[in-house]
Ligand binder design. Structure first.
Ligand code: ADP
Length: 414
């Protein structure tokens, strides 16, 4: 089954085409359309062992962006399909499913209406995701579409974990509560790490650390998310590339007064100018900070120390939430690749039963690997994530189930 995975951002769209088999999956092509809405948008398309396609052109909106993707997928030179009819289904990454969606779903009018209702909760992302869904419905009306939500895995959190201690009426009026994000990644790496370690997910207490430009930590009890560090928005939690993470709200009101900032100004400050970028004063990129730390730049050292300290505090907190922990998993660009951050986080976790293998950790990047010693009570792993694969897998399973149901109905009618 060939699945097109679409991840529409506010001015970009990422895609992959995967051939999904019963036991094996192949990535046929992937690409990115950037600067949608501008006269010099850019479409990059990659197929393994072929020259990349990269063209700058005017792309007015997401429908045109998707048309450009469909054209290149069937191009005689760069394409991987002889006809669009080879696409069996489309899987969409959707940022926010609110309290409506506990799992991925086939898209229909009711689902679209609910995603629309969640636009208020994710004003930058959900409208773009919807544009992608509507554009596909227009361009390929007979192809089934599936929505996979960043939030749905965390819908299992108990109320005392997801509520803020605010006047309850704000929850009733606006759904002010913690939702959490990166759900597809946390779920995927939890399952993968357990499979690789020969442990049963339904009997394991896990803390998964997805560390990238955006980062979140999740406590997973027997396969269910019971708490996660991101909240109503992705700004809560640990220090991130350019996001502040947790902040005393008093700082916000203080800065509003002192700097004359309004809501948009504060939003910009805590989302775009804070985190590793704000602390270091020169980069949000973990690689730059590790290099600068080696050269003795103190603010790079501070930014890395703060990031690792935040993560360590969440690990301690979630070990308490779970009443113990069996495995800690690192993933995302930083978690998979930065031996320095993993080393900083795992130093001094021996009280918890972590016997970290510092030698094995050094230089290890981009692989699935156990980083604790065999004697360690708590296993530590780095595992590569693959959100597109989760979206494609959910899409395949939902479409297959729909087909089975349709066949069953036909049998019953005959
Ligand atoms: P996003 O949240 O945008 O998906 P990624 O998961 O790609 O982000 O992670 C980006 C982060 O990963 C950056 O801070 C980058 O510096 C870091 N990273 C990538 N490769 C390495 C590496 N080899 N060593 C350290 N950090 C790395």
């Amino acid at each position: 089954m060939k699945i097109l995975v679409l991840n529409c951002g506010s001015s970009s769209l990422k895609y992959q085409v995967l051939e999904m088999g019963a036991n094996e999956n192949t990535l046929l092509a992937k690409g990115l359309v950037e600067r949608i809405g501008s006269p010099n948008a850019c479409h990059t398309h990659k197929v393994d062992e072929r020259e990349d396609y990269k063209v700058e052109k005017a792309i007015a909106n997401h429908t045109e962006g998707i048309k450009s993707v469909l054209d290149i997928l069937t191009d005689p030179v760069y394409g991987v399909l002889y006809s669009l009819s080879q696409i069996d289904a489309v899987g969409h990454r959707v940022a926010h499913g609110g309290e409506y969606f506990f799992k991925s779903v086939a898209v229909d009018a009711d689902v679209i209406e609910k995603i629309e209702k969640c636009c208020e909760l994710a004003p930058l992302h959900n409208p773009a995701n919807l544009t992608g869904i509507k554009a596909m419905a227009e361009l390929m009306p007979d192809v089934p579409q599936v929505a996979v939500f960043d939030t749905s895995f965390h819908q299992s959190m108990p109320d005392y974990a997801y509520m803020y201690a605010l006047d309850y009426s704000y929850y009733e009026k606006y759904k002010i509560r913690r939702f959490g994000f990166h759900g597809t990644s946390h779920k995927y790496v939890a399952e993968k790490a357990c499979r690789l370690a020969g442990m049963r997910l339904d009997k394991t207490k896990l803390i998964t650390c997805h560390l990238g430009n955006g980062s979140s930590i999740t406590a997973i009890d027997c396969g269910r998310s019971v708490d996660t560090s991101m909240g109503f928005t992705p700004v809560e939690g640990v220090t991130m590339g350019t996001r502040s993470g947790n902040l005393d709200i008093g700082v916000v009101t203080f800065l509003m007064e002192k700097e004359g900032l309004d809501a948009a100004g504060i939003n910009n400050l805590v989302n775009k100018q804070s985190g590793l970028q704000g602390l270091s004063g020169f980069s949000s990129d973990c690689r730059d900070l590790v290099d600068a730390e080696k050269s003795g730049y103190n603010r790079a050292k501070l930014a890395l120390a703060k990031l690792a300290y935040d993560i360590k505090k969440y690990i301690g907190a979630y070990a308490a939430v779970l009443n113990g922990v069996d495995m800690i998993v690192f993933t995302g660009g930083i978690g998979e690749n930065s031996d320095r951050v993993r080393e900083l986080v795992c130093t001094g976790l021996d009280y918890l039963g972590v016997d970290f293998d510092f030698e094995k950790n050094a230089g290890t990047r981009g692989v699935d690997v156990v980083l604790s010693k065999p004697s360690s009570k708590v296993k530590v792993m780095a595992v590569t994530t693959n959100e597109e694969l989760v979206i494609a897998t959910d899409t395949m399973n939902i479409v297959n189930a729909l087909k089975e149901k349709a066949a069953q109905n036909e049998n019953d009618n005959n």
